[in-house]
Each structure stands twice: as structure tokens, then as C-alpha cells.
Design a protein around this ligand. Structure first.
Ligand code: NAD
Ligand code: TYD
Length: 350
């Protein structure tokens, strides 16, 4: 009988890449994608695989424990890859409660359901987390390793840190077979355009201002989303239970340098004069509590599990920009109606 695997948050940015990879690579699994379809979830992201025999979509909320118990009672999932979350730092500053509910309580609900109804001897619960739980770094600090103490600064990272602790506690207390990974910033196709890269691409296309927070000096470590999906496949199948794996691209960029690089590429691709897109850059009020720098040391996953990124940043970035330019319909869909109204009301005045 096919093993049943539950992927939560599969209609979102990273989740849709993970679902696609698993549906294509593992016909021996029945993949169940559980997603509430919040503003960030979009079934358009999975149009290409929606008719596949080994793929099933379930609309539901991980905050609803009764619903989860009934789902797990029916399917007895062999494994869970948990990506469902509220994921945007700026939103967490405006509305922390949603982050506490979905990221913390939702994760505990899933852990309880897995513990009650799953084959714990052979299955595993894989929790997808972020490097933001470690806090931030100065320029001269070494990158985050798996033993860096947690020091979350935003409501988002605090909620992810809390959920990581719950997963670890369920492993220690109940012997729940669990593994965690903490990844750096992802870039790639299908990312909701409230995050830096798709937002900037969208605004450059429409000749709208490019809001750079503060002085643009903050540093992020960027990884191509499909390489993250490959890393998730590797950790799910080969990671040691009870362990944490850091995932990153060893690819640090100051925000302003990244935006300038994007502007140059977009000028070329859109046949605009050199410097035209960069003239849209607008320095705006900094994010409250803005973490200065994130950087991941991915030695453990490389040496222990043999994972490395498959593309250079230049290659992944070009592919990403091309995808957004070729998928204006997708971008138009997610930036229309309620999404855009919410977004613009939140950022008006910036
Ligand atoms: P996203 O916001 O694009 O997608 C989140 C998905 O979760 C959406 O489809 C949404 O509908 C779903 N969801 C939200 N609340 C839900 C609920 N209560 N019940 C069921 N589904 C719900 O997020 P993403 O960027 O794809 O991130 C996925 C995971 O990876 C998150 O756990 C995030 O913390 C983690 N992560 C993200 C990054 C990054 O750069 N984006 C980096 C490291 C880790
Ligand atoms: P973001 O994509 O929101 O990811 P995170 O906050 O999780 O790292 O932001 C990436 C960086 O870009 C972060 O330092 C904040 C900055 N930023 C801007 O300067 N302007 C923007 O409009 C956005 C969305 C982000």
C-alpha cells in the first residue's frame, strides 16, 4: 500500500515546490497537501500537478484540532512535512496573534494529531523552520550553526522559535520521531509579492517606488527555493531523528546591492535605459527591530547528508526574474482584490 504523506502549507511559496518535487519524484507516496488557503496560499501554484493520481488537496486549518484528529484518524499518515505558517515579518509586527495561533498552537495541534494517530515506529514529523530563530549577527560574527543559541527578535521569529521548541520537547518527552531544519531566505517562483524580491520585481515592472527599509545595509543569505525543496527531501529521508539541520546558500547580500543587481537585470530584460529602474529606489522608514544580518553555516547538512545547492545565485536569480516576467497573470492574480487592498493599507505612508 502507498505510504501517505501529509505536507502542510503546500499551496504557499516553499510548500508548492516541495509538493511538486515529492509528487513527481515519489509515485510510491500518496501526497496530501493540507492548506487553509490564506492570502498566501494559492492553488494556481500547483495547477501543473493537480490531476495527478498521487496528489490530493485538503482545505483545512491547523488551528482546528478536531478537524486534524479526524483527518489523521482517516489517513494515519506515515509522515508529516510541516510548512504551514504565517511567514511575513512585517505582518507579524502589525498582527502578532495570528503568528502565535498558527505557528505555535497550530504546530502543537499537528504534533498531538501525529502522536495519537500515526505509525510512530516508522514515520517522522519534519518541522520546517527559519534561521531567524537565532536572532541577528554583526558583520564580523561567524554564521549560525545548529548550536547557536536561540534569540528571536520579531514576533514571527519568536513564534517559529516556540514551535521549534515544542517539536524538540515532543521528541524528548514522548519519543516522537521528529527532525527540524532551519533555512535562510528563499527566492524563486511563486513567492507572494510582499517579500523583498517579488515585490521589487512587481514594482519595477509597474514603475512603482522600490521601498528599501532604512539604509538598505541589512544582509540576508539567499537560497534558491528549489534547492531548499531538495534539501527538505534529503532531510526527510536521511536526516537523523532528534537533529536539527541548517540549510543555506552561503550567499550573503546587502539589500541595497541586491536591489541594484535586480534593477540592472530588469533594465536589460525590459529594454529600459540603464539606471531607469534604480531611479525608483526610495529609502523608507526602517522595519521595527529590523534584524541586521542572517548567515547560515550549512556544513552539517553538506558533510552528513551530502546536500549542496545546485545553482549559482546568478543562474537562480535570472530564472526567478524570467519566471515573474513570464507569469504576469500569476502576479496579477495574487496582487488583485483583497490581497492588494490589505497590502496597500498596511504600507500606506511608507
Ligand atoms: P507562505 O506564506 O508562502 O505559505 C504558507 C502557507 O501556509 C500558505 O499556503 C497558507 O495558506 C498556509 N497556512 C497559513 N496558515 C495556515 C493554517 N492555519 N492552516 C493551514 N494552512 C495555513 O510561506 P513560505 O515562505 O512558503 O514558508 C513556508 C515555511 O517555511 C514556513 O514555516 C516558514 O516559516 C518557513 N521558512 C520560510 C523561508 C522563506 O524565505 N520564505 C525561509 C525559511 C523558512
Ligand atoms: P523579507 O523578504 O520580508 O524577508 P525577511 O524579513 O524574512 O528577511 O525581507 C528581506 C529583507 O529586505 C529584510 O532585510 C527587509 C528588507 N525589505 C525592504 O527593504 N523592503 C521591502 O519592501 C521588504 C518587503 C523587505
Amino acid at each position: 500500500m502507498a505510504k501517505k504523506l501529509l505536507i502542510t502549507g503546500g499551496a504557499g511559496f516553499i510548500g508548492s515546490h516541495v509538493v511538486r518535487l515529492f509528487v513527481n519524484r515519489y509515485p510510491q507516496y500518496e501526497i496530501y497537501n493540507l492548506d487553509k488557503l490564506t492570502y498566501a496560499g494559492n492553488l494556481e501554484n500547483l495547477r501543473d500537478i493537480e490531476g495527478r493520481d498521487n496528489y490530493h488537496f485538503v482545505k483545512g486549518d491547523i488551528n482546528d484540532s478536531e478537524f486534524l484528529y479526524s483527518l489523521f484518524d482517516t489517513h494515519r499518515f506515515h509522515g508529516v512535512i510541516h510548512l504551514a505558517a504565517e511567514s511575513h515579518v512585517d505582518r507579524s509586527i502589525h498582527n502578532p496573534i495570528d503568528f502565535a495561533l498558527t505557528n505555535v498552537i497550530g504546530t502543537v495541534n499537528l504534533l498531538n494529531a501525529f502522536r495519537r494517530y500515526c505509525d510512530q515506529d516508522h514515520g517522522r514529523f519534519y518541522h520546517i523552520s527559519t534561521d531567524e530563530v537565532y536572532g541577528d549577527l554583526h558583520m564580523e560574527d561567524p554564521s549560525f550553526t545548529e548550536t547557536t543559541p536561540y534569540h528571536p527578535n520579531s514576533p514571527y521569529s519568536a513564534s517559529k522559535a516556540a514551535s521549534d521548541h515544542f517539536v524538540r520537547a515532543y521528541h524528548a518527552t514522548y519519543g516522537l520521531p521528529a527532525v527540524i531544519s532551519n533555512c535562510s531566505n528563499n527566492y524563486g517562483s511563486h513567492q507572494f509579492p510582499e517579500k523583498l524580491i517579488p515585490l521589487m520585481i512587481h514594482n519595477i515592472s509597474h514603475r512603482k517606488p522600490l521601498p528599501v527599509y532604512g539604509k538598505g545595509e541589512n544582509v540576508r543569505d539567499w537560497l534558491w527555493v528549489e534547492d531548499h525543496a531538495r534539501a527538505i527531501d534529503t532531510v526527510f529521508h536521511h536526516g537523523r531523528l532528534g537533529e536539527t539541520y541548517n540549510i543555506g546558500g552561503n550567499n550573503e547580500w546587502k539589500n541595497i546591492d541586491l536591489v541594484h543587481k535586480l534593477c540592472e537585470i530588469m533594465d536589460r530584460k525590459l529594454n529600459r535605459d540603464a539606471g531607469e529602474s534604480a531611479s525608483l529606489i526610495s529609502y523608507v522608514t526602517d522595519r521595527a527591530g529590523h534584524d541586521f544580518r542572517y548567515a547560515i553555516d550549512a556544513t552539517k547538512i553538506k558533510e552528513e547528508l551530502g546536500w549542496t545547492p545546485s545553482v549559482s545565485f546568478d543562474e537562480g536569480f535570472e530564472k526567478t526574474i524570467d519566471w515573474y516576467l513570464e507569469n504576469e497573470v500569476w502576479l496579477g492574480h495574487v496582487t488583485s482584490g483583497a490581497y492588494l487592498r490589505y497590502y496597500e493599507s498596511m504600507y500606506s505612508g511608507r
